[in-house]
Design a protein. Sequence first.
Length: 394
Amino acid sequence: MTYPFATLPGNLAAFCAMLRRDYGFRAGARELQDAARALEIVNLADERAVRDALRPILASRLEHARVFDAAFDRFFRAAGGPPPRQMPSGRPIESRKPGGTAPGGGQERDDDADVREPSGAETAGGGAVSGVPGTNGEARPALLRATSSPLEAEGAMPVLGPADRAWREAASLLLSRMRAGLSRRWRPARRGQRFDLRRTLRTSLHTGGDVVMPRWRARPRRRPRVGMLIDGSRSMTPYVAPVLDMAVALASSTLDAETFTFSTALRRVTREVRRAAAGERRRLHLHHAWGGGTTIGACLREFVRHHGDRLLGRETFVIIASDGLEVGDPRVLGAAMGQLSRRSAAIVWLNPLLATSGYEPTALGMSAARPYVTTFASVANPADLARLARTLRI
């Protein structure tokens, strides 16, 4: 196994460019970044380890996985032959020409024009590299346009907007239902369960010792705090709009609501949600925390570790909006849910699949999390949120 260029970024950039140009792969900036991270934990001298690390990242389709090994040998073993004109499945490879027409009839974008190939100074011999376009010593723009990514959603990031009146009223009803517990501390109050003798005597000094205004003490209701975690994986894309509306409505009704999104990583979006509640329209920029796979257990564990001391407590309600499709270890999810259950007032799990006829929470993720969930529901509109307020268990 030989490396055509002297640097690891040079080899990766040229390999991805060849995959796009000659084999029709959709390997963009995100795939290149993930491939670089994967190669940090493998032995670069082990050809099989490098091949196995790059295949699941760069080959996002079945036909790409079938042809990946041949492309890998052609690039790293300097086979030098022309690319095959057909996939192993018999499907012709679509030729990609600058300014050409895509098979669907639209104008096709030349992704190779946005890729900076290794220059002559980056090669092992210091001269120009033959066989790779744009490597004859000319400087290319240092831009890499992503065509698609298996870790991110295809399309624009969601846009947050102000919640309408129905959502705000339902959110206020839910918060009023959460104010069920009483504080352990006694506070001054106009009316209460305990007579405050000390404050009453101090007040009577203004009236010559006559008790005119008795003072009382009471235990106020605890002010609830809400920690909302929204699953932004690809499978949740059709159901995430009402959940985001619910988050904005909660932020409009209380300042003690924190919002997070997760898929393969956890991201705090409280600031964006609060600005949307104030009337702005905000687009989320979440990178790997949106539209990819789902590692619910790892993200919940990160939430407990980094935000648990600040957010969790006897007055905290944790709301998790997810379909429960976990690709990680279910034991990690069960352990994280156990910590959340011990350190919060209640856990509400909003699963959009619950509204589907015949649905049973038998997936590994839901099976591991279900014993710790106090309220299991589905919210798709303000009426569902108001119904949740009436059925919430504390």
